[in-house]
Design a protein around this ligand. Sequence first.
Ligand code: TRP
Length: 326
Amino acid sequence: MSGIRPTGFLHLGNYFGALQNYVRMQDEYDCYFMVADWHSLTTHPDTKELRSSVLRVLAENIAAGIDPERACLYLQSQIPEIAELYLLLNMLAYKGELEKTNTFKEKVRLQPENVNAGLLTYPVLQAADIMIHRAKYVPVGKDQEQHLEMARNFAQRFNHRYGELFPEPAAFNFGKELVKVPSLDGAGKMSKSENQYATLYLADNDDMIRKKVMKAKTDTGPIKENSEIPETVHNLFLIMSLVTGKDVVMHYEEEHKKGAIRYADMKKQLAEDMVKFITPIREKAESIYHDEKYLKQVVEKGREKAGKSAGETIRLAREIIRLKYF
Ligand code: TRP
């Protein structure tokens, strides 16, 4: 099980950091992928754009490889059982631990004028998202580790107080370290909040992709034989290895070693390979986004399957808590 926030466009970092994991998982596991529209209300109270954001995030995820025929793709707000489990879990979550959560402290700093209770209990709602399917594995990035640990604590407390019902959910990825895609300006990784020009979005058009890649930082110093590869260039090689054939990447690495590399050539190559990678995803996402009949079908199918699984968990939870009178 994993949740996708419907805020902002998907970028290369999301693709290689998370989505690729989802796509692989759907072959081997019974997957539930949810658009976290309730969660978005904690930080985005203005809902004018909510509908288009939700439809876009659905379209982009399907275009990037989530197959609604295999994985269950659904909207959080269509499963009221999540809200019920959230209420029950709130009795097991302590005010002190919620106040100490890193993401909460960060949000308080970012939006001091709107420190609502939903923000404080964000990790409880996330735990309910996971536990409503009694999920064992949660493919997420490192930034979600603390939320997952809290979910494990809530599951443990529930089981201890009322009886064994929930497995303890663990972060999941396919063995190797999660890919962190570096940003094009040599500082940090691609993210939606930082420098827009340093992040490649799956929605960027060909010219925009070329422009961004050609502006990427390389190296200003003279290029000598066997000189050390500066971090900015190393990052470009890393990004290149995601979308360019191994032999071509090796060619440019050799050129660097010989002190003969021409960064403009390398960036042109990267730009064209990036265009080839992003264009089909962008075009597919666009056509899905405009096919509302299809999206409605997807979401309806998701609601049915997620609702069934959620209904069963809530039935068991009520029973085990003794919220069952006749
Ligand atoms: N908090 C997650 C994020 O910021 C999104 C999310 C909501 C989630 N519910 C979830 C992730 C359940 C995993 C499981 O990206």
